[in-house]
Every structure is written in structure tokens, then in C-alpha cells.
Design a protein around this ligand. Structure first.
Ligand code: FES
Ligand code: FES
Length: 172
């Protein structure tokens, strides 16, 4: 029986009718909402190309049933930039050559955004590699990817410090 879910995607609320409970979030994003930045690599949770942020946590969209997401919030690669201003992680991937063919890149970037917001990576390249290990790159651009995550982490942390100072001044 058809049913519908409420799903906020990149800040946009949607009411989506589903006629098949087996539809994955990945297929919903790509085929129903036409957000094709999220890539389908293996479709079985092994490559990370489909990584998105669901309610603040990174997940593999190919392993997530859309029917379970009523009331949830999803951010995809299309939701990161603000107008023409790239997200610091996107800018760092470009600056550090963190890509070659680019197929894995949306998933790598979303995974990096997730791990930096989790605050676990610090400035340790080995830790970054471990936390990004669910994202496979067939081109082997790992050196640039790790460098990009480290650089983006520094920029985000500087931005957060500047924001805290600004808030402190406003509160005084
Ligand atoms: S397409 Fe989802 S993990 Fe590979
Ligand atoms: S840049 Fe080609 S698969 Fe990663």
C-alpha cells in the first residue's frame, strides 16, 4: 500500500509518496529527488560513494531504507555550499588535489564533513586515514584526501574560534 514520509533534504522539507518499502535513501535521492551528486558505487555498503549526513551522522545511503526515515533530516553534497561559496571541506579538496576522476569525491567530502563535526580527527594523519577508511578511492588519491581533511579541520577550527570570540564580544 502506498504511504508517504516527511524528509527534509538540504533544508528543504519534502512529503514523499513511496509505493515500495524497499526503496533505499540512495535511490530516493538520485531517482526521485534528482540529487545525483550522491554516487552509487557498490550498492552494498562497501565503498562509501553514497555517504550522506543523516540527522548529524554520516551513513551509507545505499544501506538505509527510505521508509524508516520519516521526520529525518538529510544533507547531501548539493547542500554544502552557500550560494557560490564552497564549504571549507570542498575548497580543501580542490586546494589539496584530493581527487582524480571525482567519482568517489562526494562521498569522501560528506564523510570528511561528518568526521570533522564529530571532532575525533585532530591533526593526526593516521587517525584521519582510519576514520576515512570506509571511503574507497579507485584512483588512489588518498594522500590528497588526507591532506584536504587535515587542512579543512584547521580552517573549521579557526572559524569556530573566531565565531566564539565574536559571540563573546556580542555578549559583553
Ligand atoms: S554505494 Fe553505498 S557503500 Fe558503495
Ligand atoms: S578520485 Fe577517482 S575514485 Fe576517487
Amino acid at each position: 500500500m502506498p504511504f508517504s514520509i516527511s524528509l527534509t533534504v538540504n533544508g528543504q522539507p519534502n512529503s514523499i509518496a513511496l509505493d515500495d518499502p524497499r526503496v533505499t535513501l540512495l535511490d530516493l535521492l538520485r531517482e526521485r529527488l534528482h540529487l545525483t551528486g550522491t554516487k552509487k558505487g557498490c550498492d552494498r555498503g562497501q565503498c562509501g560513494a553514497c555517504t550522506v549526513i543523516l540527522d548529524g551522522r554520516r551513513i551509507n545511503a545505499c544501506l538505509t531504507l527510505a521508509a524508516t526515515l520519516d521526520g529525518s533530516t538529510v544533507t547531501t553534497i548539493e547542500g554544502l555550499a552557500e550560494g557560490t561559496e564552497l564549504h571549507p571541506v570542498q575548497a580543501a579538496f580542490i586546494a589539496c588535489d584530493g581527487l582524480q576522476c571525482g567519482y568517489c569525491t562526494p562521498g569522501q567530502i560528506m564523510s570528511a564533513v561528518g568526521l570533522l563535526s564529530e571532532g575525533h580527527a585532530g591533526n593526526d594523519p593516521e587517525r584521519v586515514r582510519e576514520l576515512m577508511s570506509g571511503n574507497i578511492c579507485r584512483c588512489g588519491a588518498y594522500q590528497g584526501i588526507t591532506q584536504a581533511v587535515l587542512e579543512a579541520g584547521q580552517i573549521l577550527s579557526q572559524n569556530n574560534t573566531a565565531q566564539s570570540r565574536e559571540n563573546g564580544r556580542n555578549a559583553a
